[in-house]
Design a protein around this ligand. Structure first.
Ligand code: NDP
Length: 270
């Protein structure tokens, strides 16, 4: 019997996840269906209950429901707890709703495997301290960077984020954009500035020839941040690889088999 999955969001029509999971299912020979599910803004919980009743095995969760999914889960994986948000739900036969977060793992996989930049011992700068930045913290720190600097417009938000990872305190620093010093190996734009075609006010000196500059956002053309970073010598990447990798991670959780991502990423770029 075909196992059912979906992605819940509002809006959801734009989601590329069905295409990605269909490709993974075909490549691994898994018999699954995966569709878009539009939940009313005040109806996330009711939607999840319905899916469970209809025999769905799991779901991805996207904007604006990741925090609600976190609250609704009956069990949380460590990555979800650290992220304070859930992007993947597993509905178990015992009736548990397990919440996990694969966004950060997707980001790390894209940097390390797809871009070929190991993070061990590196200097990493994260721009932004919102939900996406929070989700990336633990997976990034587990890779062993020498330093992880968080730069945010509202300093207090970045300070609160850093405080939630006390065991890594010696390796995390918090700065205002203007106070960031020196060049970095990896600079991740986790602000939502790109959505409004804005550039976060990051000093150009953070980029050099060896820098990988990644924007979590993706679209038909490079973001303002990517253009800025490239004009200062950095190698640039958008967030499509992160999207494809977080989906592979969710697929592996559900199906116990990790699909290859190279072909999917290549076809989505075309
Ligand atoms: P949040 O609203 O939680 O956080 C927004 C962050 O951006 C805050 O740190 C905010 O700073 C900062 N910010 C907003 N506008 C500006 C600006 N003009 N200049 C500088 N900083 C700014 O958003 P999310 O964390 O959920 O999302 C961030 C981005 O990540 C989005 O573009 C989203 O599409 C992307 N994303 C991509 C994924 C993928 O798979 N590729 C997965 C998840 C997210 P302040 O605290 O001062 O307000």
């Amino acid at each position: 019997m075909t196992d059912k999955y979906c992605v819940i969001g509002n809006p959801i029509a734009h989601s590329k996840s069905p295409q990605i999971h269909a490709a993974y299912a075909a490549a691994t020979g898994q018999d699954i269906s995966y569709e878009r599910c539009l939940a009313p803004l005040d109806g996330f919980e009711a939607t999840v209950r319905r899916l469970v009743q209809e025999g769905y095995r799991g779901a991805n969760v996207t904007v604006p429901f990741k925090l609600e999914a976190f609250r609704l889960a009956t069990r949380l994986e460590a990555r979800a707890r650290a992220a304070g948000a859930v992007n993947t739900l597993v509905f178990t036969p015992e009736g548990e709703v397990v919440g996990d977060n694969t966004d950060g793992a997707g980001l790390v996989a894209d940097i390390v495997r797809n871009a070929g930049v190991p993070l061990q011992g590196k200097r990493v700068l994260m721009l932004g301290a919102g939900g996406a930045a929070r989700g990336a913290m633990l997976p990034l720190l587990l890779e062993g960077p020498r330093e992880l600097v968080i730069a945010n417009r509202t300093l207090a938000t970045a300070e609160a984020l850093a405080r939630d990872f006390p065991e890594y305190a010696g390796r995390i620093a918090v700065r205002g954009f203007a106070q960031v010093e020196g060049a970095f190996d990896v600079v991740v734009n986790a602000t939502s500035a790109s959505l409004a075609a804005d550039l976060p006010p990051v000093p150009a000196s953070v980029f050099c020839q060896e820098t990988l500059a990644l924007d979590m956002m993706y679209g038909n053309k490079p973001t303002v941040y990517m253009a800025f970073a490239a004009s200062h010598g950095a190698r640039v990447r958008d967030g499509l690889g992160m999207l494809v990798e977080q989906a592979a991670e969710a697929f592996a959780l559900w199906r116990g088999v990790r699909p290859g991502t190279a072909d999917v990423l290549k076809s989505m770029r075309q």
